[in-house]
Structures are given as C-alpha cells and as structure tokens.
Design a protein around this ligand. Structure first.
Ligand code: UD1
Ligand code: CA
Length: 450
C-alpha cells in the first residue's frame, strides 16, 4: 500500500544568494513560482497532505498557498539540516499512513512521472533520486555497492577524496514509507562536518535494518536547483526550451523558437503559426489555424481559429478575438471582443468594447473608455464601418451596418444603417497658400541679405 501520499516540501533555507526580499521559492519561472511548479508537478499524484517547511519568510509562503486544499506550512527555526526540516513537518501531518515524497521548493522541474516512480519504488524502504552530475561539487554522493544497491549517502563535506570522485549524486528528492521515515529520523544524529541532522543518513540506517533501498536516476535537467539569479535565469532557459519543444511536438509552428516566450499556462492548438519575438503572458489560449505575427505581446486573451494578430499587436486581459478576425499593427485590445471576421488593422485602442461580426475599425480609432473615474463600454454592431481616426466616447453604441465619418468624435448612439459625422465643414480659400508662401519666402531672403 502506497496510499495515502504525503508531500513534504523543504523550503526553510535562507536563500541568501538570491539577494531578495521575496522568498526564494516564490521567484518565478515561466511566470509561475518555483514552489508553484513543484506543487503543480505533484498535483496529479493527488497527495492527501502537503507540508511546506519554511523558516524566514513563512508569511509570504503562507499567503502564496492560502486557499489551496490540503497544503500547510510548518516552521523550522533554526535550520538544523534537511533531516531536522522533515521532522519539523511531522506535527502538521494528519496521517502517518502511506508514503512520503520529499521535495525541495527550489528544485522546480522534477517530472510527475519520476515522482510516481519514486513512490512506487518506496513500497518497503527508501527510494532516492540520483543523477549523474556534470560538476558534482557540493552534492551528496551516492555510494552504490558492487551488486548495484545503494549503501549510503555521503555529504561532500564529509567525503574522502575517493568518495568525492563519484559523480552519481543525490538530488535530495526521495520517497519513504511515512512511518519508517520518522522511525529512521529519530535515530539520525548530527555528528558530522556541518553539525546538521542529515536526511541522507536514513539510507545507511535503513541498510543496517536490512530494508530494501532503491536509487533511481534522473536527468540533471530534471533536478536543477535555484540558488541565485543566475540559476533562476538558467531554469527559465530550461523551462522555455522544453515548453517550445512541447509546443512544436503538439503541432504548433514556431518560426524562431528561441525568440518566443511562453507562460506556464499558455495553450496553443495545433496548426497555429507563431512568428518570431512573441511574448505570452498569463492566461492565453489560441485556437487552430490562427497566426500570431512578429513582436506581439499577449496576456489573458483568447484567439479563435483563423484569426491573425500582429505584427506588433498588444492583447491585454479580456481580449477575445473572433474567428478569422484581424488585429493589425500597433493595435491594443483590452477587455473587448472582436466578432467573426472583424478587423482592426492599424493603430487603434479598443477597450471595454464589443465589436460585431465583420465590423471594420479604421486606422487610429480610439475607444475613449475612461473619464478619470469610471470605465464605460462601447458597442459596435455587425458590419459597422468606423472611419479612420474616430473617437468613440463611451458609453456609446454604433448600430449594425452604421458608418462613422473619418475624424469624428462620436458621443451619441448611432442607429443601425446611419452615417454619423461630427466634422466641421471644410472651407477652401483659393490662392491663399500660394500668396502665403510667396510672402514668407520674400521675408526670409530679406533677412539673409541684411
Ligand atoms: C542536500 C543533500 C545533498 C544533496 C543536495 C542537493 C542533505 C544532508 N544533503 O544538500 O545530499 O546533494 O541537497 O541539492 O540532505 N533545507 C531546509 N532546512 C534546512 C536545510 C535545508 O529546509 O535546515 C532545504 C533548503 O531550503 C533546500 C533543501 O533543503 O530546499 C536543500 O538544502 P541545501 O542546504 O541546499 O542542501 P544541502 O543540505 O547542502
Ligand atoms: Ca541547494
């Protein structure tokens, strides 16, 4: 029986090298916190309880997980090592049945499948996640016997030169039957180079008891940790690289993958084309057959099938772009919907508005949605034609098939099929320009010769 699953996430380390007022595990990769990545990768395992062990900055972490079902924090103060940290989680547990998975809040990308394998391997004894380290440095080394079984873990600080030459290292992630975990931890002392209670010591103790011990191997990329801003940038690069690969594998064309930035929750259907230099913020969904052209910035929006967005478009939260609609260059859309086949091709701001099917928004059109105090809506009917440089002073409605004249400031509703025009009549003065130019030229040459 491996059920129920307990997750203990260690996050009490000081995180000094981040040089930040923000708790280390709340720094973001792909717009999601490191802790958020850990929690969302663990979520499919449906843990019965999750305890995050925190020290300084506990309030920040608590606020971040507030309202998450079955997720708690526990305080570790002072930080006396990873074994001590796990013990600090114990009072917060509601059950000690089943298996505990120990994760680090600053190791964001452990795949769900590996977590599941660890839990499965930990039916009767500890299962440790190791990896071949490119640079083993300060990692704990996994000492594996000739028969291939894991004997113990030695911390780099306590290791002999021979042991330090080992490259199979401890990621820190492990699974252990919960009751066994605490039995073993009760026996762990702190007689070592760091004077800490090492979680890793439970392996040798389990070995003495003849318990089965498993060592699984992950790719180094799956267990990268974040300790500095440099590590954070490296983690972002890993995340973006895998997100791009995932998108392309699912049928999305990325013309210049390395220049496209995704958010952790970006959803793009097959047969979407993404041109170079596009940035996705939170909450974007794009349907099949749409094209997002170069240098566009999108967040909180939905793009329906066959629509074209950009180049240089900005879609802000609440933008809903209908099927086959077109959003052209330097168009900003916020909290507004564009109907099927509607077009806003150039230089516009459409905010707090509904634009009907096949309506055409002329260049330079602005919805004047804000009076400095409140926001108001603009409603544009299907097949309406909004002339270039129209100011739509909301709240205002332009009926179906209506036309507004270029340069108009529309502050009253326009009925369907009407033309609305607010321009002053044009006055032409014959010969005026020619006389003006001759006079000015004469003045200028007189000044020069003086
Ligand atoms: C630990 C492992 C080491 C492994 C390495 C992987 C032990 C004794 N050593 O090293 O074998 O190779 O991780 O990175 O377990 N933490 C607490 N409370 C503490 C100490 C640490 O919550 O008292 C948390 C940290 O926030 C961090 C994680 O545990 O998330 C690892 O701590 P860190 O100090 O980086 O690792 P080491 O103990 O050096
Ligand atoms: Ca670390």
């Amino acid at each position: 029986m491996t059920q129920p699953i307990t997750c203990i996430i260690l996050a009490a380390g000081k995180g000094t090298r981040m040089k930040s007022r923000t708790h280390k595990v709340l720094h973001e990769v792909g717009g999601r916190s490191l802790l958020g990545h850990v929690l969302s990768n663990a979520a499919p395992l449906q843990p019965a309880q999750t305890v995050i062990v925190v020290g300084a900055g506990r309030e920040q972490v608590e606020a971040a997980v507030a309202g998450m079902d079955g997720v708690k924090t526990a305080l570790q103060e002072p930080q006396n090592g990873t074994g001590h940290a796990v013990m600090c989680a114990r009072p917060a547990l509601e059950t000690e049945e089943g298996t505990t998975l120990i994760l680090y809040g600053d190791v964001p990308f452990v795949p769900t499948a590996i977590m599941a394998q660890l839990i499965e391997a930990a039916a009767k004894g500890p299962a440790v996640l190791g990896f071949e380290a490119g640079n083993p440095g300060a990692y704990g080394r996994l000492l594996v016997s000739d028969t291939g079984s894991l004997e113990r873990i030695v911390e780099a600080k306590d290791a002999s030169a021979d042991e330090r030459a080992i490259t199979f290292c401890n990621s820190g992630i492990m699974a252990v039957p919960t009751q066994q975990l605490f039995d073993l931890l009760d026996k762990v002392g702190n007689d070592n180079a760091a004077g800490e209670y090492y979680l890793t010591d439970i392996v040798a103790l389990a070995r003495e008891r003849g318990l089965p011990i498993a060592a699984l191997k992950a790719a180094e990329e799956d267990v990268i940790g974040v300790n500095s801003r440099g590590d954070l940038a490296a983690a972002e690069a890993v995340f973006q690289h895998s997100k791009r690969a995932e998108m392309m594998a699912s049928g999305v064309t990325l013309q210049a993958p390395d220049s496209v930035y995704f958010y952790a929750d970006t959803q793009i259907a097959p047969d979407v084309v993404i041109e170079p230099n596009v940035v996705f913020g939170p909450g974007v969904t794009v349907e099949s057959g749409a094209t997002v052209r170069a240098f566009s910035h999108l967040e909180g929006c939905h793009i329906d099938s066959g629509a074209t967005v950009g180049p240089y478009a900005r879609l802000r939260p609440g933008a809903q772009i209908g099927a086959d609609a077109k959003v052209g260059n330097f168009v900003e859309i916020k909290n507004a919907s564009l109907g099927v086949g509607a077009k806003a091709s150039h230089l516009s701001y459409i905010g707090d508005a509904e634009v009907g099917d096949h309506a055409n928004i002329g260049a330079g059109t602005i919805t004047c949605n804000y009076d400095g105090y409140f926001k108001y809506r603009t409603s544009i009917g299907a097949h309406a034609f909004i002339g270039s440089n129209t100011s739509l002073v909301a709240p205002v409605t332009v009926g179906e098939g209506a036309i507004t004249g270029a340069g108009s400031a529309i502050s009253q509703d326009v009925e369907a099929g009407a033309l609305a025009l607010t321009r002053a009549p044009q006055a032409n003065k014959p010969g005026w320009a020619a006389r003006f130019m001759a006079m000015m030229a004469a003045k200028k040459s007189k000044k020069k010769s003086a």
